[in-house]
Design a protein around this ligand. Structure first.
Ligand code: SAH
Length: 264
């Protein structure tokens, strides 16, 4: 796919190095090479520096658990998760745990975000084309996805969280991420067809609209209800759309917030 001009907040995976201007990039340069005018404050916080930061420990743990897709690794290294949770929870931001983000919703666990990103990419070499995320929440996964795809559309049904995500994401200034307020069960037809669709909330089944809006050759990753031993459970489902039809694969048990219809 042809590369569009990049915005400072995007990574260029072709060279494996971040585009200059990101706070991470600035702070990971040798200090002597990055003199700053006295009036400019470079965000040199502990999270942004080198291999001993909590974020880089988080990524090392993910790799130890099996994460191997280099693009996902780079994206997980780049996105500062602590900027998406309340400051009171900041010290837990790099633990592999979901955390409350308000309105009864949660930010997904880093291991789940990276697993879904890896499944969505399916070992491809370049970036994905257009991706749709259902359930923006605080915007964390959307920011991660913005490193993996040319364009990301992320839709949220709760106005309060849609606004919160917008606020959280302002710092990152991500040019290829589009936040939408609406019922994601209907997908977002205007952006279709999508190379990838990812849901951060689980329903009884995958809505037909999502499958319709998936490109041929595209992949959908979503939690869905599965019945096992009489206990209601959710599992991660992968749907590949091919010229011959749709292929479904059910993977591990997961625990996502419910997919609900309508907006609030
Ligand atoms: N992606 C988030 C996870 C947010 S939790 C992260 O980065 O951590 C899942 C979100 O899905 C919730 O905010 C919930 O309100 C939203 N959601 C549930 N049903 C939805 C629907 N039909 N359309 C859009 N968003 C929905």
């Amino acid at each position: 796919m042809k590369e569009r001009p990049t915005f400072p907040a995007r990574l260029d995976f072709s060279g494996g190095k971040p585009v200059p201007n990101r706070p991470d990039t600035l702070s990971s340069r040798p200090l002597a090479l990055a003199p700053s005018p006295p009036s400019v404050r470079i965000p040199l916080n502990s999270e942004a520096i080198g291999s001993s930061s909590p974020r880089s420990h988080m990524v090392s743990r993910l790799i130890a658990q099996g994460l191997s897709d280099m693009a996902v690794i780079a994206a997980m290294r780049a996105v500062e998760r602590h900027r998406f949770v309340d400051s009171a929870l900041g010290n837990q931001a790099y633990e592999d745990t979901s955390l409350p983000i308000g309105l009864g919703q949660t930010i997904s666990k880093p291991s789940v975000v990276s697993r879904m990103g890896e499944l969505l990419r399916n070992g491809q070499s370049g970036k994905l084309g257009r991706v749709l995320e259902i359930g923006t929440g605080c915007g964390y996964q959307a920011a991660v996805l913005s490193h993996l795809a040319d364009e990301v559309y992320s839709i949220e049904r709760l106005r309060g969280l849609h606004d919160k995500a917008r606020e959280n994401l302002r710092y990152f200034r991500i040019a290829n991420l589009h936040l939408l307020f609406g019922d994601g069960m209907l997908g977002y037809a205007k952006g279709a067809p999508y190379a990838g669709i990812i849901a951060a909330a689980g329903g009884e089944a995958v809505p037909q609209a999502w499958i319709d809006q998936l490109a041929v050759g595209g992949r959908l990753v979503a939690p869905v209800a599965v019945s096992g031993s009489g206990v209601a459970k959710q599992a991660l489902m992968v749907i590949d759309k091919t010229a011959q039809g749709v292929r479904q694969t059910v993977l591990e048990v997961v625990n996502f917030v419910p997919l609900k219809s309508g907006v609030a």
